[in-house]
Structures are given as C-alpha cells and as structure tokens.
Design a protein around this ligand. Structure first.
Ligand code: GLY
Length: 593
C-alpha cells in the first residue's frame, strides 16, 4: 500500500487583548499534525500524488474535495453512480463522523450553500446548534459574574447545544436527493463495523488531548483503550456508531431527535460529572433547520455568496472583499497587498464583533454592512501607507436603534469542509463542526457531542450594554464558518470553504483573492502560505514564504507573529473541466470522474 507524507504544522495560542476578540479566538485551534496518509485505492493514491506535486485534480463530470480519503471515496461512489451532491454529502458526513470524529459529526452543526442547476437558484441552509431552552445569559459565568476559563466551559455538558447536523442531512436529501436514503449510510456502517486504520492526524490529536478525553468513561474507552491513546494505523471499530447509523438509515432522523438516542444524549449531557448541562428532550424534539437568504457581494465581476447570520462568515468575507474591490492587490509577495487585506480584515472584524449574531434574536444590519457606499467609506480608511493605528466598528445604515457592546466569544476550528459538484451541475459547499477538537468530550452511542455554545460571548453585557452574541434560550451561537460559492454570470465557478475558527474568514478570502486576483489554480490557491489579520496581530504561517513578509509588515506598524496556521481548505473550480484542490496542511483529497 502506497504511503505519502503530508506535513502539517502546529498551532500556538494567541492572546491579543483587543476589542471584539472572543474567548475562543484566543485559544489554539485544533492542533496541527504531521504523518503519513495511507492511500486506500488507486484513485486516492493518484489524488495524493497530485496534491504532493502541487497540482489540482482534474475531471470532466463530477468532483469532491473532503478532509479524509475514506470520506471522499464514499462521496465519490455515490456521485459515480449518479447520485446528487446532496446525496454524496450525506455519505461523506457520516464517514467523517467516524474517521475524523474530532472535527464534525452527528453531534454537531453545519451550514450548507447549494447551487441548483435546474433552477439556477442559490440556497443556504442553517443546521447550527441551538442553545437549550433552559440556558441563560450567565451560562458561562461564575458566581461572581466573571467569565469561566475556556476549557472549564467546554469540557462537560454545559457547552452542548442541540445538534443540527442530522436534521441538515435529512433536509438536504429531502430537497435535492436522488439516491435512496438508506444507501447513503452503507459505507459508514461498513467502516464502523469492520474497522478502519486510525489516521496520523487522529492519533496525534488523541495523544494531545488524552487528559481531557480521559475524564469521561465512555470517551476514554473509545479513544484511550486500555488507558493508551489510539495509535496511528491501529484498526478502530465503532459498533455503537454503526448501530446509530443503522437506526437513522432505517427510520430517518426522527430516531435521533426523539426516542432512546435522544434520551441517551440528554442523560449524558445532564449527567456529565463536574460540569452538567441543561439540554433536554424538548430541545431535541423542537430542533429545526432554517433556510436563510444567501449573502452575496460583488468582487472583480463575480458574486461571492455564502451563509448569513448566525454565521459571520459571508458578511465578514463580503466586507473584506467589498473594501478591497476598489484597490489593486499587486501579488502574494507584496507587503502592500497584505497591508490592504490585513486592515480590511481588521475593519470587518470590528463590525463583526459589534453587530453580528443570530438574527432571529438580535437585529443585524446585514444590508448596511454590505452597502456599497458604506464599504467605500470604510475602504477609504485604507488610503494611507501604514497599518491603521486603531480600528473601531463603523456605523452601517440600519432601521433599528442599536446599543450594543463588542463581543467576547471564540469560535474554535474543530471543523471540516466539504465541496462537491455533481454530474447535473449542482454545487454544494458545506462547513461542518463540533467546535473544539473532540467537542465537549462527551460521547454517546458512538459519536461526540459538540461544545458549540462556547461560540457565544461568555459575557452577556459590557458596562451594562448588551452584547449581541450573548447566550439566550433557543438562540444559535455566532459562527465564522464560511461555506462559499463564487458565481459568474449566474453560474458557479468556485466552491470552497475551510475549518479554522475565526481565521476561516481570512483563509477563504485569501483563496478567493489568490484565484481571482493572482490567477493561481485551486491547488496553488489553497496551498498558498497564509497571512491572517483579525484583531491587529498579523499572523504569518511559520516555515513558509509568508515569513518573508515579517520585517516589511513590522515596518508598516503591525505586531507580527509567525505561527502554524492550520486551515483545511477544500475547493473546486468549475470551468471547461473541474479542478479540485485539497489543503496540504491536513489529510483531505479531491476525487473526480
Ligand atoms: N465553531 C466554529 C465556528 O462555528 O466558527
């Protein structure tokens, strides 16, 4: 069996004490890993070879790019047999929940962007977790009203929101599926019951998180059998997950939201030793996927479209691109290009921290934030030569009076991205998460439960002024996930997204710019060394050519840090052929036919 080394960097914590920075923004994302990925078939070997050579995978009819070869193969099999992108996504997600359990799964939430070839319509579905009805704004505060430390909040039942991913799979299949529902679970069930080799990334992440995984007996028994972390290459079976999938395959996702599985989820959350949560069976029974209007912005004669609130993804990405629209970006080696990108990002993140939350609970000035006149005014702040000394939220037009304080919350990047184009011309972009690596660390019936509620602001008010993204019963925590489809003349030309916490927005912006402004192909674009600025500190990807920007950006006035920047970008360009790109920093691949 052929083995190909994929080298992936490590992540460090950042603690810039700046306005609008959330608790989770300051904590290290899912750690980076290195190791050898096993090619499971000739197609996977060929894809890995292209990735290592820095070339995109090309195909004529369909394409998938996802975070693990087993998952990509499961989706590819569905597409090859005439299934739709929505069908393939169900197969990919159910396998990812097994082979990449730290990042996404049945116990989490997701956002999906869909281009429908038959109608030309773009839809976005919100499968984000909800806060339990018993949750209160003080959920993550101690008795004195002070925010809990991050991991005190995360580990246990307190952080668990009502999972949305199972309902999203069902809704996508109901709308756009062509393959019978039970068939979509078969590969995941077989792998769960017969076993799969633990990937290098999973093994390293388990070893790095062993102390927290050991706190709950069910989680420890699976990830630390006999008290030892799972080893790379070890055959791992998950019959409990196989059984859960069999029930969903046979009777649909009601088997998840009501009945014995729901009862077990609630018992696990409420019974979590030392840090119980308040999720109840009524929360599960009431869960609903929401369709939201897509958020689009014009950039270089294209429309860049994605997920609106409760995600900040498309609005913040749209603001960055909207501010850059009137500027030339000389090229990836140019400090001037990165000054413009970095300060546009800082301005957008200042607005994000003030204004963006679940719009079902807090009025969000979405239109004002992307209004061309507003973006021109914000963009004019970039006309100097140096880094902006200070950045503050602007005042977008809005038909509500607003008095909001800046947010304090963090999004973690234990997340995965799936991009798919099917033979019918449909395109799907879905970012899926359980939040921090291994989520709440609570495991039930073979899957991990999310800690998505820590994406809320831990503080509810600042100096008596409410924070938009505070915890409220039934509310969805603000996200940075940015599943994106770039359109040209009403047709999709680029499908992309990434994990990475609030750096997702910078990673996705960088690929759009690399592809549209700098003419890189999708593989070059996803592999391009990262430079990301959210709150003022300029993060450069350690050990890459991005470090050449260190001195020039410092000279412009930025505080610069070299660090591992662990994206997991998956992109498909749609032209005369399909071209797929998979992030060399993680284990994903593109497969096409
Ligand atoms: N939990 C990652 C995000 O939603 O942005």
């Amino acid at each position: 069996m052929r083995r190909i080394m994929i080298v992936i960097g490590a992540c460090l914590a950042l603690s810039a004490p700046l306005a609008a920075q959330q608790t989770t923004d300051a904590v290290a994302p899912e750690a980076a890993t290195g190791g050898a990925i096993i090619a499971t078939s000739a197609a996977v070997a060929a894809s890995l070879a292209e990735k290592q050579a820095g070339r995109p995978v090309t195909a004529e009819t369909w394409m998938i790019a996802a975070a693990n070869p087993y998952a990509a193969e499961a989706g590819a099999a569905i597409l090859r047999d005439g299934g739709s992108a929505a069908d393939a996504m169900v197969a990919v997600q159910t396998v990812l929940g097994l082979v990449e359990p730290q990042s996404s799964g049945l116990g989490g939430g997701a956002f999906l962007v869909w281009y429908d070839a038959a109608t030309g319509a773009l839809s976005t579905l919100d499968g984000r977790e909800t806060a339990p009805l018993a949750a209160r704004p003080t959920l993550f505060q101690d008795a004195a009203g002070e925010p809990l430390t991050f991991y005190d909040a995360v580990v246990g039942g307190r952080s668990v929101g009502t999972p949305g991913t199972p309902a999203l799979l069902a809704e996508a299949h109901r709308r756009w599926g062509r393959t019978p529902w039970p068939a979509l679970f078969q590969d995941a069930i077989t792998l769960a019951e017969q076993g799969f080799p633990v990937s290098p990334r999973l093994a390293e992440l388990v070893a790095g998180d062993a102390e927290r995984l050991a706190r709950f007996p069910g989680t420890a028994a699976y990830f630390l059998p006999g008290g030892k972390p799972l080893a790379e290459g070890q055959l791992l079976k998950n019959p409990a997950y196989g059984d859960t999938l069999r029930q969903l395959a046979a009777t649909g996702v009601d088997a998840f939201y009501t009945g014995p599985i729901a009862a077990d989820i609630v018992q696990t959350v409420q019974g979590a030793s030392g840090n119980p949560g308040v999720l109840s069976q009524i929360d599960l029974a009431l869960y609903q996927v929401r369709e939201r209007p897509p958020v689009c912005v014009s950039y270089r004669a294209h429309e860049v479209c994605g997920m609106g609130p409760p995600s900040s993804g498309a609005l913040t990405l749209g603001q960055i691109l909207g501010m850059l629209e009137t500027h030339d970006l000389p090229g990836p080696q140019s400090p001037e290009a990165w000054r413009l990108i970095g300060d546009a990002s800082r301005l957008a993140f200042a607005d994000r921290g003030r204004y963006i939350a679940d719009s079902d609970f807090t009025p969000v000035p979405s239109k004002g934030l992307l209004d061309p006149a507003y973006l021109r005014a914000r963009s004019s702040l970039l006309s100097g030569d140096d880094a902006l000394p200070e950045v503050a939220p602007g005042q977008p037009a809005f038909d509500h009076a607003l008095n909001l304080a800046d947010d304090e919350a963090i999004e973690f990047p234990s997340t995965s991205h799936i991009s798919i184009v099917d033979r019918y011309g449909n395109a799907l972009s879905m970012t899926t998460t359980i939040e921090n690596a291994f989520g709440s660390r609570l495991m039930v019936r073979g899957f991990l439960l999310n800690n998505e509620l820590t994406d809320f602001s831990f503080r509810s008010h600042r100096d008596g002024v409410p924070i938009a993204n505070r915890v409220e019963p039934g509310k969805r925590p603000r996200s940075s996930m940015a599943p994106t489809i770039v359109m040209k003349d009403g047709r999709p030309v680029l499908v992309l997204g990434s994990p990475g916490g609030s750096r997702i927005i910078g990673y996705v912006a960088q690929v759009v710019i690399a592809w549209l402004d700098w003419g890189l192909d999708v593989q070059q674009a996803v592999a391009l060394p990262h430079a990301v600025n959210r709150f003022g500190t300029y993060d450069l990807e350690a050990g890459t050519q991005a470090e050449a920007l260190f001195a020039p950006l410092e000279a412009l006035g930025y505080e610069v840090k070299a660090r591992d920047l662990n994206s997991g970008l998956h992109a498909i360009a749609i032209g005369e052929t399909l071209q797929g790109g998979a992030d060399p920093r993680r284990e994903g691949i593109a497969l096409g036919g």
